[in-house]
Design a protein around this ligand. Structure first.
Ligand SMILES: Cc1cc2nc3c(=O)[nH]c(=O)nc-3n(C[C@H](O)[C@H](O)[C@H](O)COP(=O)(O)OP(=O)(O)OC[C@H]3O[C@@H](n4cnc5c(N)ncnc54)[C@H](O)[C@@H]3O)c2cc1C
Length: 522
């Protein structure tokens, strides 16, 4: 063999390639980067697909999720019959995020009928990239699980991830098993413990209860935007239907009770079950319990829910499900940790940063973390063990994201008044529910806000409804609902706006053709 034309690698098996003239050239191929992902939600799957699209055969990826099961030779999502309530919420992806995903992923996600453009351009959705896009989280999960298997050849394992005793040969553990991450908790010696201290008021962690009312919509998605932005009690995010989210006081939250045959049962209040319409009532499929406010003639909450629906042109008959969430935030000290001499662990998605969703940033932040890590790994993988310094840029981005997104969400939770003094949403709602009520003045205040928002949004989104339509929506409200909306204040867009954290793009049309793990010596 002619030594001058031998291809040398550093590690791994020898590959024999044909050479001009009929001779063969032994080639040593670099061993692939070995990656495990704990959690195959939207962030775990997006990370796995992006990394595969960037590194091709240079990486071998396995993803574990406990909400999957095997059907024939495929892995699919468990359904209700298998004890898994699929998530139905509509999320808004900013164009700095969706346009940075690999183009094959974009093409698969954004097909007609599966997304809409409801929200305006802004700092995280610049005109050059396009408007934010609404999409169902369930569709993201379905499409990415298919792509992981069919397009990228990722090994998908329908089981809970269990931390191994030894990290033999694993280079990267990406931890994306959600806000209550068991994997992160099992590695607290490396990552520290999430702290609630910074997101507390008078020494108590601040939690908010939100009711999620899933509806089919009658009006174009975009038309509801000025109504949502004019107040902070209700938020409607829609894709021809979606969730009307309603922020609650503690007294209202205590009404979120499910009644079984023998009294209250642990259901929507603690396990997040969805109550679905059944004969004029709302019933949980799993516990056969009834959502109490919908059958309780003395309920304070039920008429307030119906008023919120009416605001967005939705009736009780359009409600297809009711669920509830508790939202609070924690601070992480670090997101990257060396687990063993050759193994690094990374917190991604909600396992890293769980956010209050009112500004709609949880998944955007999670996808930014996934993109940042995938691009960092692509830049740094040289076929041998990583060093801590390789991840300085990624850890920096994670700290920036934590600062930017949690400051934004915390401001939304504290709701400072015009003097900058915090006046939390609960206090505002309670004050709104008390008289005196001046109907004419409340209608006029809310209508002025909507007109002002319409003017500001003009040019950044499509055509909105007429002024008369908005006046009609506002004037249809009960006076208590009107006062709560006025007290809750319009969205504090100036305080939460400003520069955004931009992460590198993984937008490539195909894997790089040149294998960088090979070195040519001649
Ligand atoms: C009502 C509502 C509205 C929202 N709206 C928006 C919005 O408009 N914009 C936005 O950006 N974000 C929004 N969010 C937030 C967004 O839904 C989350 O940030 C996102 O789902 C986080 O994705 P993830 O993959 O990190 O975690 P998850 O979606 O929680 O996925 C974690 C996965 O890990 C799996 N898992 C858990 N434990 C294990 C284990 N031990 N082993 C294996 N697998 C495990 C779970 O089965 C799950 O599939 C909203 C959230 C809510 C509740």
């Amino acid at each position: 063999m002619d030594e001058k034309t031998v291809l040398l690698g550093k590690v791994g098996p020898t590959v024999i390639l044909p050479r001009q003239g009929g001779q063969v050239v032994p080639l040593r191929q670099t061993a692939p980067l070995r990656v495990d992902v704990a959690g195959g939600g939207p962030v775990g799957l997006a990370f796995a697909c992006t990394l595969k699209s960037l590194l091709g055969d240079q990486v071998s990826v396995r993803v574990h999720d406990r909400r999957w099961m095997r059907r024939g030779n495929r892995v699919v999502w468990r359904g209700t019959a298998e004890g898994n309530n699929r998530r139905e919420q509509v999320v808004t992806l900013q164009s700095n995020v969706w346009a940075a995903l690999p183009s094959a992923v974009q093409q698969r996600l954004f097909v007609p009928g599966k997304f809409s453009e409801m929200w305006p351009l802004g700092p995280d959705s610049p005109e050059s990239k396009g408007r934010p896009r609404n999409i169902k989280i369930r569709w993201i999960e379905d499409a990415l699980l298919d792509m992981a298997q069919d397009t990228y050849g990722i090994e998908v394992i329908p089981e809970a991830y269990v931390r191994p005793d030894r990290w033999d040969g694993l280079h990267v553990l990406a931890i994306a098993d959600g806000a209550r991450s068991a994997t992160r908790d099992s590695l607290s010696a490396h990552f520290g413990t999430p702290s609630r201290e910074l997101f507390s008021v008078d020494g108590s962690p601040l939690d908010e209860r939100v009711l999620g009312i899933r509806v089919t919509a009658k009006v174009p998605d975009e038309h509801t935007v000025p109504l949502t932005v004019a107040q902070n009690r209700f938020l409607f995010n829609s894709l021809g239907g979606g969730f009307i989210n309603m922020r609650l006081t503690a007294e209202e939250a205590s009404e979120i009770v499910a009644l079984g045959e023998n009294g209250p049962v642990s259901c929507i209040g603690n396990t997040g079950c969805t109550m679905r319409p059944s004969g004029g009532r709302f019933v949980c499929d799993r516990h056969r319990a009834v959502f109490k406010p919908s059958v309780d003639k003395l309920s304070y909450l039920w008429p307030r829910i119906l008023d919120g629906l009416r605001f967005f042109g939705v009736g009780a008959a359009d409600v297809v499900g009711i669920t509830s969430f508790t939202l609070g935030m924690t601070q992480m000290s670090k997101f990257t940790a060396q687990l063993a001499p050759s193994t690094f662990g990374f917190l991604l998605g909600d396992a890293a940063n769980s956010l209050h969703f009112w500004p709609g940033r949880g998944l955007n932040t999670g996808l930014k973390s996934a993109l940042s890590l995938a691009v960092n790994l692509q830049k740094r993988w040289r076929g041998k063990a990583f060093r801590a310094a390789d991840f300085a840029a990624h850890e920096g981005t994670m700290q920036q994201l934590q600062y930017r997104e949690k400051s934004r969400a915390w401001t939304t939770m504290l709701m400072p008044d015009s003097e900058g003094v915090p006046r939390g949403i609960e206090d505002r709602i309670r004050e709104g529910l008390q008289g005196p009520f001046d109907r004419a003045s409340l209608v006029s205040t809310l209508f002025e806000r909507v007109l002002d928002i319409k003017k500001r949004l003009g040019g950044r989104m499509g055509t909105l409804a007429t002024d008369e339509w908005y006046y009609g929506r506002i004037n249809a409200m009960d006076v208590r609902t009107l006062k709560v909306m006025v007290e809750s204040s319009p969205w504090i867009t100036r305080e939460i706006g400003g520069e955004e954290v931009v992460v590198p793009s993984a937008e490539v049309s195909s894997p790089e053709p040149i294998r960088r793990g090979l070195s040519l010596v001649s």
